[in-house]
Design a protein around this ligand. Structure first.
Ligand code: CFN
Ligand code: HCA
Length: 534
């Protein structure tokens, strides 16, 4: 069912005037006849509106740092922030040395009332001693939660003293939840410190194999990065490091030797990509391993970059082999999915990336959006070239990166870089909006009220979002697939991931469970009105 401006207005009219004025700027009905459609993004959420967003702590500790397996990640604060984020993000990790994989632990200073009153620094210092004693990790991170910032514990001083005492890298992150307007500020805080203190600290001068690359913004949710690495290694690439899925402090230290940085999630890691280019001369390529066609396009773009006929030939061979194996299976599932519609609202990149995979199954996305993306993620970098416009970076000290004289090697001449950018399809640099069909809805920072209203209006066949709204919608009679955690499934990236996704989505439609639920609109008349006498 389509939504027109009148319906959207009716929805917004249910808000108080001020709220309506605000939310209106975050909602678009796609209309390609207009020269440009602007959307407000990366601004403060209306207090109390029940947003799907998270906070800076979630973005720093949960998203960027959490997947680094050989470090112990300390959460400094009362226990809630550590406990309720423990193990919920499905960033998988395995290690050849099981004594250096701390991914399943939840380590917190568990601040009590007296620590809030008298300060938590001493308790934190004792906790670091204990962590060193029990685990001997390769490095430690300390992430601050809101109360720590409010009482003014000096994390940096505690970390510095502990580093001198124990002789391992101990990094403190002032990522109190209230910083910035969403998770996005936390990504930035984490990225800055990893760039300053970890990347480039290793002693490698050369990569250990051919076509060395880093995969940035891939967090191995449900095993995604294992599937991506499988494909890339079969073609002949050397994966130097993954940031940060199944990643490690040790790997990250040598990330400077890569010759190309792939950026899978642009939102959470564009900062590092830009800084690596400035500091080490490593260009970056926006990629997308979600969906068969995007994976193929990505592999071809990578081959184009390295410009080696042997690599191009091997790339085509692997593509042909993978297609022959997976296409017939996907075709079977497509028969069940064809003609259906999806609601696709995720954090900062998947709201866009998953549309291609849905389309490959014959499913059209009728509403999409991001919790915390910035305007360039919607409107494209060609239109919004200055990513430094970001509102959430106002309170985060900028780090200034300059070329590292010892290690800066221009990996590609400026002429060749320009040539490559010309050859690589523009869609790589464009945001979500351009790919959406006319009449579909684009929404920023969705809240629970709007979720329910849009579900009633659009009646999609599948709802893809997160844990906070999944069950409300499922109880309305619509199958729901979490696109953050993949529920308990995955991987969904690459060729094998596309097969798994097709299987899971087809299963959601085919299950007889839905026969036992009647969606509310089936019991209610679709037309409502007042009978006027006379
Ligand atoms: S794994 Fe990534 S892909 S990192 Fe980011 S913007 Fe979150 S944790 Mo949830 S699923 Fe989501 Fe993206 Fe990048 Fe994940 S869409 S909200 S902060 N995200
Ligand atoms: C976060 C992490 C999250 C939450 C997922 C959800 C994730 O934002 O803190 O709301 O379902 O992917 O684990 O985005």
């Amino acid at each position: 069912m389509a939504i027109n401006e009148k319906k959207l207005e009716e929805l917004l009219n249910q808000y108080p005037t001020k709220v309506k004025r605000n939310r209106k700027k975050h909602l678009i009905i796609k209309d390609s006849s207009l020269a440009h459609q602007e959307i407000e993004a990366n601004t403060r959420t209306i207090p109390g509106i029940i947003t799907n967003r998270g906070c800076a702590f979630a973005g720093c500790k949960g998203v960027v740092l959490g997947p680094l397996k050989d470090m112990v990640h300390i959460v400094h604060g009362p226990i809630g922030c550590a406990y309720y984020t423990w193990g919920t993000r499905r960033n998988k990790a395995k290690s050849d040395d099981p004594t250096k994989n701390f991914i399943n632990y939840c380590v917190s200073s568990d601040m009590q009332e007296s620590d809030i009153v008298f300060g938590g620094e001493k308790k934190l210092a004792r906790l670091i001693d204990e962590v060193m004693d029990i685990f001997q990790p390769n490095a430690i991170t300390i992430s601050a939660t809101c109360p720590v910032g409010l009482i003014g514990d000096d994390l940096q001083a505690v970390a510095k003293a502990a580093q001198e005492k124990h002789g391992v890298e101990i990094m403190a992150f002032n990522c109190e939840g209230y910083k910035g307007v969403s998770q996005s500020a936390g990504h930035h805080i984490a990225n800055n410190i990893l760039m300053e203190r970890v990347i480039g600290q290793g002693d490698w001068e050369e990569a250990p194999g051919k076509y060395p690359i880093n995969i940035l913004g891939e967090y191995n949710i449900g095993g995604d990065s294992w599937e991506v690495e499988r494909i890339l290694e079969e073609i002949g690439y050397t994966v130097v490091s993954v940031m940060t899925g199944d990643g490690s402090y040790e790997e990250l230290k040598n990330a400077h030797v890569a010759e190309l940085n792939l950026v899978q999630c642009h939102r959470s890691i564009n900062y590092i990509a830009e800084m690596l280019e400035t500091k080490y001369g490593t260009p970056w390529l926006k990629v997308n391993f979600i969906g068969v066609q995007s994976t193929i396009e990505t592999l071809r773009n990578m081959a184009l970059y390295f410009n080696d006929p042997a690599l191009t030939q091997k790339t085509e061979e692997v593509i042909a082999k993978e297609l022959a194996r997976t296409e017939p299976i996907i075709e079977q599932y497509k028969k069940i999915c064809e003609g259906k519609t999806a609601f696709c609202f995720v954090g900062g990149s998947r709201g866009h990336h998953y549309q291609g995979l849905f389309a490959e199954l014959g499913i059209e996305t009728v509403l999409a959006g991001y919790e915390f993306a910035h305007r360039d993620d919607y409107e494209g970098r060609d239109i919004i070239p200055e990513i430094k416009l970001d509102a959430d970076t106002k309170n985060i000290p900028e780090i200034h990166v300059s070329p590292d004289e010892r290690r800066f090697r221009l990996k590609l001449s400026p002429e060749r870089l320009a040539e490559m950018k010309k050859k690589i399809p523009l869609s790589n640099y464009q945001g979500m909006n351009i790919e959406m069909k006319d009449g579909t809805i684009i929404v920023d920072d969705l809240n629970h009220f709007e979720t329910e209203e849009f579900i009633k209006l659009l009646q999609p066949d599948i709802f893809s979002s997160g844990i906070k709204d999944k069950y409300v919608v499922q109880k309305m009679g619509i199958p729901s697939k979490q696109l953050h955690s993949y529920d308990y499934s995955g991987p969904y990236a690459g060729f094998n991931g596309a097969v798994k996704f097709a299987e899971d989505i087809a299963m959601s439609f085919a299950t007889p469970t839905w026969n036992f639920i009647t969606p509310p609109w089936k019991n209610k008349p679709l037309l409502e009105g007042t009978i006027v006498e006379g």
